[in-house]
Write a protein that binds this ligand. Sequence first.
Ligand SMILES: [Zn+2]
Length: 232
Amino acid sequence: MFIAVIGSFIGSFMLCLTYQEGSLFRRSQCDSCHSDLVWYELIPVVSFIMQKGRCRQCNNQIPLHIFMTELLFFMLFLLFFSESSSALYAACISFLVPLAIYDIHHFKVPNHMLLLFACILLLIRYPLLFDIQHLVYSVLLIILLHLFYLLTGSIGYGDIKLLSLFALFLPLTYFLLIFMLTYFIGGIAVICFLFYKHNLKKIPLIPFITASTLLVFKFYDELYTIYFGGFL
Ligand SMILES: [Zn+2]
């Protein structure tokens, strides 16, 4: 429970960080009237409900995705953290969920977040880089990803950068499972979307990468058996 509360604070913070560079060094403000928020307006989830989703100064609505993100972080930390408790899992949620929301809004991935994600991954996963075999596979995968990008053009470069980070810092089987699952879930979603909207031009991929990553962390053993169990 305590972890989940911490999680919702992290979510709130990471979302701000994703949407504006440099928010690390200034006080939180209302997006509409730019008045500084006091401490009790900064409590994730609770303050949104207490203020009925409106700013106390200007009475403008606070964007709903902020509330949803805080709630999502709370639940993701509450549900998963105790079991697969790892710094890697926490880092992945903290970066992927805000990036997914940003991708839905803007169809891109902010570079400063990828850079920060890379630093955090390096910090907690650096022993992996001394594993020559892993390194060879990673470099091969990253080359394949870039070929995929150049030849098909069906994927954004922001997605390639994120997947390259995964190739470098996650175990190989995790990467493969996440990649396959992303296209599996994405494919189903596209079919569903097409039923409702016929003019589908662009689809953000990060939400699917995020969903697959969480699923792979949670159900690694089951998914591994389904995909590789038969012949490995
Ligand atoms: Zn305001």
